[in-house]
Design a protein. Structure first.
Length: 261
């Protein structure tokens, strides 16, 4: 067998006189012929492949100006990306905000709805002066103004406002809800609560700091409870009034008019 090698600078393919049955090595020789000349370690010229040695087996050095650590840094970055992608589902699950609780589905009579809300009618608050908690006239029941009494005492006192005041609007709305519950107790003192067919009118008074104008937000606490207890029949006309002070220093007072069947 004879093999001739030309200069690698001219990219001359390697010729061989090997028998045709040695075709299994032909793809490798063709690849070696098509490959560019290898660069010497000092960057000063091409390397000739020794006879029978493909260019792929020659030593390789980075071209001038190349970052020897570039490939490693790239691999590390790719690894970091993969690790980040793998962690994404865990992070997303961790950052996912808890879902809000579904609202309570209410049904049945007003008394049954109160029970579904976990509420019980309190004892009718004793009048503070010469009046009664509620009066029936025809098919209407009028309550006196109800304070947010809990076990005979006010949980908070003072005025309602946005900044540096005694009671925040959110706290006052919760107190207005308590006023509405006390008003229902006053209604139940003269008629069966389940006989109420309509909430007609709600009037709310809010002890307000100077400049406070969100009285409707506060009285919503009462209106929302009545809507929960009576459903569509709890939708009513309403007034929300700001005042400078209320009896006993109460932040809120609510009175209710209902229709009975």
């Amino acid at each position: 067998m004879t093999t001739e090698h030309e200069s690698r600078d001219e990219h001359t393919p390697v010729r061989t006189d090997e028998p045709a049955e040695a075709t299994a090595t032909q793809p490798q020789e063709d690849y070696a012929a098509d490959a560019p000349a290898a660069v010497s370690p000092d960057g000063g010229g091409d390397l000739d492949a020794p006879p029978g040695q493909p260019v792929d087996d020659l030593p390789y050095s980075e071209p001038d100006g190349a970052d020897a650590d570039g490939a490693s840094a790239h691999d590390d970055a790719a690894h970091d990306d993969v690790a980040h992608d793998d962690a994404t589902p865990v992070d997303a699950a961790h950052d996912e905000e808890p879902s809000e609780e579904a609202p309570v589905e209410l049904s049945g009579t007003p008394t049954e709805r109160l029970a579904q809300l976990g509420l019980e009618l309190p004892a009718t608050p004793a009048p503070l002066a010469a009046y009664v908690p509620a009066v029936r006239s025809g098919d209407l029941v009028y309550t006196s103004g109800q304070l947010p009494m809990v076990d005979g005492a006010l949980p908070k006192t003072g005025v309602v406002g946005d900044e540096a005041v005694d009671v925040t609007p959110e706290e006052a709305a919760a107190l207005a809800r308590r006023c509405a519950l006390n008003a229902l107790a006053a209604v139940a003192s003269v008629v069966d609560l389940d006989s109420v067919v309509r909430v007609v009118k709600v009037t709310g008074f809010v002890a307000s700091a100077p400049g406070f104008t969100a009285q409707p937000v506060v009285v919503n606490g009462a209106s929302e409870l009545l809507g929960q207890v009576f459903g569509d029949s709890g939708r009513h006309a309403r007034s929300a009034v700001g005042v400078s002070a209320l009896p006993l220093g109460a932040p809120v007072e609510v009175e209710v008019v209902v229709q009975v069947g």
